[in-house]
Ligand binder design. Sequence first.
Ligand code: SF4
Length: 429
Amino acid sequence: MKVEDVVCPFCGCLCDDLVVEVENNRVTSVENGCTLANEKLMEDHRLKNPIRRERGSWKDVSYDAAIQETAEILLDADRPLLYGWSGTHGEAQSVGVHLAELLGAVIDNTSTVCHGPSILAIQEVGHPGCTLGQVKNRADVIVYWGANPIDAHPRHMSRYTTYADGFFVKDAFKERKVIVIDVRKTESSAVANEFVKVDQGGDYAVLSALRAIVRGKGDLIPVKVAGVTREQLFRVADICKNAKFGAIFFGLGLTMSPGKNKNIRNAIELTEELNRHTKFTISPMRGHWNVYGSNEVFTWISGYPYAVDFARGIAFYNPGETTSVDILRRGECDACLVVASDPGAHFPRACAEHLARIPTVQIDPHVNATTHLATLQIPVAVTGIDAEGTAYRMDGVPIRTRKLYEGTYPSDLEILGKIYARVKEAKGS
Ligand code: SF4
């Protein structure tokens, strides 16, 4: 069976033009997808059934027993943490927030280790963003700052920027100027018109220098700023000021380098400065396919986008205190539910060690680094393959992912719904 207009559930581009062949409940071929999409859609290495760790080895358990045990672990805990959520659909994320509220738990998503600083900056100074469609059709200058799309978002350039012809940009490759700003050469910098190499940790200084030049204070700029020559800074400022429509995309090279949220605030303020001359926008390159959705869903329900603590009976948000890395590093939580993410692979060692000490339940289709720290793992259907639901693209556009075949695994929504029902029943609420 051939399925068209399939949405790729891998990165924040959420490409919605894939064509896949399905045979005997397996994806056998993928057209239009990048290598990351092909690997995800065609993989065949799922965990077969729930497993529980018993005296150092794994034992198979039924779904019902695994759901009951998860509910009991969460009910027994004084300070449970519900972490992950970026690799599942909005409907399941919504149940997660309600479960956290019922338990008085902390719920946090992977923004805590990626674009959390972007959110903090946006809360301070706003977000002059736009959709990817606007970029494709209008932008004649693109800036990638601390991002390597060819590696992390392989179709970003071909669908929206460097190679994507648009309504007002008829021959994108010739008409669009692409500037890559990074601490090292990358595959993306190799196709840029201008590559700006910044010294490690020098982004804030370079952003400030560009803001000064755009504001007309160029005489204050020294010969070099964080490894970038005065001439190149003026050239880049000139390209940006002369754009008809410019778009800055920034990645973890900016959010997770020294300066963090202050880098992003400075980049947003540079964008505002450029808007005195022309139209300019700025957007984060969101990684997980539905990390944007986790921020949206958490915010609708609790008022906060990540690191939400319900211990006081109301939602409390204080990144640096209620963020999962900080809670785990302090050894504060006594049970953890991990959904659709892999903190074992991405968190600092002290956090991973604490996850291994406490009861940790993982809801995920695959064995990953977190499995080795977990007490219990419940495999589920993969959203966009054998489960469906709503996701948010990196520009905030909601897109419905599709089910390609009727599989045998329950979805995240089903499992979380059952855990929620048992916790609710036990609490008599
Ligand atoms: S760029 Fe991202 S969303 Fe698009 S096909 Fe590749 S992995 Fe999937």
